[in-house]
Design a protein around this ligand. Structure first.
Ligand code: IPM
Ligand code: MG
Length: 368
């Protein structure tokens, strides 16, 4: 049988340097765990624009549809700020999400013991935190029509449309309930049913799916603004949070910061199963391209490494190997390895991006 295929899209800013560390980890699994991948690499975002005049070439899009999983670094940077909206680096990422129909975006927020002091919240509020935000990723206000900037009378008017069909809500709700069954068996659904009709429908459909198929899972509802407040007040009350595209974007950044650093958090974007039974899938760190530190060896590769761990778990059915990789990360942190983003005020010397990658690989080897 041929090896599973991975398309790597390092992207812009720190994307290429964190991805280089993931390549070390992928090679390690090939050499030591009989888990070799056919890896190909291509451009996305600003780097694709520089070469092709588009943030995602059609050939790259076609490749992404064919492979078993896509691993993406980050896109964007100030260099591209002035570009027309239609060719901005972010459009490349949004096209991948939309055309692969990656409707379920899993964003775990986990607080590593060694880092509980880095959170801006008190240690007992975040120590041991382990929540999963399931963000709807292919619809809602990010994609709804009509959209645009129009002229009305003698002024301009900017329009975006929040739009959800029942089936779009139902499928992401199912993915949240399925995940909850493998975790703490609790789902909290967030919308603003108090002010938005799409929120009323969201709440109704989530409730219907729950009653018909997942009555064994505990379900609660919260307005998204109250949810944001509760995330800061006592985040450990949550297990799985399911929410729409825009609220999920905001709430996942807030949840990420509870854990101390955005440089730590991975994500998986999953779609329907392909012919081989694997879900369409794209894995990427939650952090952005961090152009201010790009190319200096300062970036933390952990979010991207942990995104590969999610690929092992969700695309390749290698839960034990995913655990091994996550434990290796936990071990290097417990041993005191810190990239610059994880330093307190004690004047300790940070290690570089590649030193962090090497430390993770060494911890993997020690795990054998
Ligand atoms: C994210 C990012 C993206 C989004 C941007 C880069 C388009 O913020 O993945 O959370 O808004 O979805
Ligand atoms: Mg975001």
């Amino acid at each position: 049988m041929s090896n599973p295929s991975l398309l790597i899209l390092p992207g812009d800013g720190i994307g290429p340097e964190v991805m280089a560390e993931v390549r070390k980890v992928i090679d390690w699994f090939g050499k030591n765990r009989d888990l070799a991948f056919d890896v190909s690499e291509d451009l996305v975002g600003g780097s694709a624009y520089d070469k092709h005049g588009t943030p995602l070439h059609d050939d790259t899009m076609a490749k992404a549809q064919e492979v078993d999983a896509v691993l993406l670094g980050a896109v964007g940077g100030p260099k591209y700020d002035a570009l027309d909206f239609s060719v901005k680096p972010e459009r490349g990422l949004l096209r991948l999400r939309k055309e692969m129909d990656l409707f379920s975006n899993l964003r775990p927020a986990q607080c590593f013991d060694a880092l509980a002091d880095f959170s801006s919240l008190k240690k007992d509020v975040v120590a041991g935190l382990d929540i999963m935000i399931v963000r709807e990723l292919t619809s809602g206000i990010y994609f709804g029509e009509p959209r645009g900037i129009f002229k009305e009378g003698n002024e301009r008017i900017g329009i975006n449309t929040q739009r959800y069909t029942e089936s779009e809500i139902a499928r992401v709700a199912r993915s949240a309930f399925e995940l909850a069954r493998k975790r703490g068996n609790k789902v909290c659904s967030m919308e603003k049913a108090n002010v938005m009709e799409s929120g009323i429908l969201w709440r109704e459909v989530v409730t219907e799916v729950h009653q018909a198929e997942y009555a064994d899972v505990e379900l609660s509802h919260m307005y998204a603004d109250a949810g944001a407040m509760q995330l800061c007040r006592w985040p450990k009350q949550f297990d799985v949070i399911v929410t729409d595209n825009l609220f999920g974007d905001l709430l996942s950044d807030a949840a990420a910061m509870l854990t101390g650093s955005l440089g730590m958090l991975p994500s998986a974007s999953l779609g329907a199963p392909m012919a081989n039974g694997r879900p369409k899938a794209l894995y990427e760190p939650v952090h952005g391209s961090a152009p201010d530190i790009a190319g200096q060896g300062k970036a933390n590769p952990i979010a991207c490494v942990l995104s590969f761990a999610m690929a092992l778990r969700y695309s390749f059915d290698q839960g034990e190997e995913a655990d091994r990789l996550e434990k290796a990360v936990e071990k290097v942190l417990a041993d005191g390895a810190r990239t610059a983003d994880l330093l307190g005020e004690d004047g300790a010397k940070p290690i570089s991006t590649s030193e962090m990658g090497d430390a993770i690989v060494a911890a993997l080897t020690a795990s054998l």
